[in-house]
Design a protein. Structure first.
Length: 355
DNA sequence: AACATTTGACCCTC
DNA sequence: GAGGGTCAAATGTT
């Protein structure tokens, strides 16, 4: 691997490779089906685009700054606004409100923002992460002009206790109701954020923890990921989906039975797919608590097909984290990650990346 | 009692 | 004034 690649560039490459691999899998599946030639050509086009992107990256070599990564909807990619650079639409605001809370509110708006798109796959169940490992508390909901579904507002549960000002917005996509757009704003400064960063940012560490059967260190996180309400939600769903948790992580009590059953067993039954869920499951009023997503740590193994997409056109510095290993973009924010920390198994030089 | 959600009202920006 | 974001009282849940 060439030296001088920043870790975010490598992550970008990793995401591209991952996307390419997934596309290849799709092509293989399509190839086995009859009458899928046109789709196959589309997939080939996608693959070609991936290859070109990788070639361009390779050709340009290490860059000081990634200027732009335009995520293709539906394709695995993870461009995220980063470096703590605030979105221009939020920058330059003047704090003139006398009330502290309002000040904080505006201060928060100056923080970076990025959007994660989470897809609920009607065919195979849920895809991609939604649960990001943090505890959120809903503080508002608004009907958005031109949007079919309301937007929900969440803040970190530890805002008051730990002065953590991370917030997120969850809105169901009009175009594709199976997609939820989650806009994060602000960085977690709570202990939970620190904990997650420590436990999850190293794929090696994480893998070890998950494979050696010692869940003691992960337990608090897991308990956070699958809250009390989670279990009860499941019960309310009348056994519609008995193998997974819904989680807004709004509580901190575990869902140990399910967790201990192993992440790999958390597959979502097709029964649970959108459209067959009870109303409460697909309710737009609180979409993010009503479907399962793997935890940040899980994602490294699950390899969910989520995309993290910065939709703010004003943010030019975009980085792509290896979300399959690191999960929440929040964690990636000040990810203490350098070349020494890169998983040697990370396939930068595999799958024909460097031809 | 403690915590979460709901929802109308308020504030800010455009 | 419209729309988006947040607050906080009321209400629900555990």
């Amino acid at each position: 691997m060439e030296s001088g690649w920043s870790w975010d560039q490598k992550s970008l490459i990793g995401e591209l490779i991952q996307g390419m691999e997934l596309t290849k899998q799709l092509r293989a599946e399509l190839g086995s089906a009859s009458g899928e030639e046109s789709k196959g050509s589309l997939v080939q086009g996608i693959l070609s685009s991936y290859e070109k992107a990788l070639l361009i990256l390779k050709w340009n070599g290490p860059m000081n700054q990634l200027q732009m990564v335009e995520a293709t909807p539906g394709l695995p990619s993870s461009p995220i606004s980063v470096n703590g650079s605030p979105s221009s639409d939020d920058s330059g605001r003047v704090l003139k409100d006398p009330q502290d809370s309002r000040k904080e509110s505006k201060k928060r708006k100056t923080q970076p923002r990025w959007t994660e798109q989470v897809k609920v796959n009607s065919e195979t169940g849920f895809e991609g992460p939604h649960e990001d490992g943090y505890s959120w508390r809903k503080y508002g909901q608004k009907d958005i002009l031109g949007a079919t579904y309301p937007r929900s507002y969440y803040r970190c549960t530890f805002r008051n206790t730990q002065n953590c000002w991370a917030v997120k917005q969850v809105q169901r996509s009009d175009e594709d109701p199976s997609v939820f757009e989650i806009t994060y704003r602000g960085k977690h400064t709570c202990s939970q954020g620190n904990y997650l960063a420590q436990t999850c940012h190293s794929p090696d560490k994480q893998e070890q923890k998950e494979t050696d059967g010692d869940h003691h260190e992960l337990q608090p996180l897991q308990e956070n990921l699958f809250g009390n309400q989670t279990i009860q939600n499941i019960e309310k769903l009348e056994n519609k989906a008995s193998t997974f948790c819904f989680g807004s992580s709004s509580t901190s009590v575990g869902c140990k039975d399910i967790v201990n059953a192993g992440f790999s067993s958390l597959a979502i039954d097709t029964h649970s797919a959108l459209g067959t869920f009870p109303q409460s499951f697909t309710s737009p009023t609180s979409p993010d608590k009503n479907y399962f997503t793997p935890s940040p740590c899980q994602r490294s193994n699950v390899g969910g097909t989520h995309s993290v997409q910065n939709l703010d056109p004003d943010v030019h510095e975009i980085f792509s984290a290896n979300t399959s290993a690191t999960n929440s973009p929040i964690l990636d924010w000040d990810f203490p990650f350098d070349s020494d920390h890169i998983n040697p198994n990370f396939p930068f030089n595999s799958q024909g990346f460097f031809y």
